[in-house]
Design a protein. Structure first.
Length: 138
């Protein structure tokens, strides 16, 4: 049986979560193209969440609640200037829109809104993937 050292395990987890984020983003795009904007908002948000979970894995951190994961990301990566502040606001908006899309009975999701969530997810994944790969090399 082959043994893995801890850094390989962390690397595997980080890369797995990035791939999960990319898969969720693809699902969001499929739903957008099918006119399923509520579902597209949901998948775009989960794409964001999994990308953020990937960066937390670098430091061995894990959060049970989305609120804690997003809050820590904001504190550690947005407020410190590692990622732009505008992205932090867009992530918070994505969380609100996902919640409304999933739980508010009469919420009407729009194509423009879903497109915006997908753009946010795509930008975040790209930035996090670059950041994680640079830090995995160290």
């Amino acid at each position: 049986m082959e043994q893995h050292n801890e850094s390989e395990t962390i690397q595997d987890l980080v890369l797995y979560r990035i791939e999960t984020a990319k898969s969720d983003l693809k699902s969001a795009e499929v739903l957008l193209n099918a006119g399923e904007y509520r579902g597209a908002n949901n998948r775009a948000y989960y794409s964001i969440y999994h990308a953020i979970s990937a960066i937390h894995a670098l430091n061995g951190k894990a959060y049970k609640r989305h609120k804690d994961s997003l809050g820590n990301f904001n504190k550690e990566y947005i407020k410190t200037g590692i990622f732009p502040g505008t992205l932090g606001r867009r992530i918070a908006e994505a969380e609100e829109i996902r919640h409304a899309s999933d739980y508010d009975d009469f919420y009407i999701a729009t194509k423009e809104e879903a497109e915006e969530q997908i753009m946010t997810a795509d930008e975040l994944i790209r930035l996090i993937e670059i950041y994680c790969k640079e830090h995995l090399k160290q």
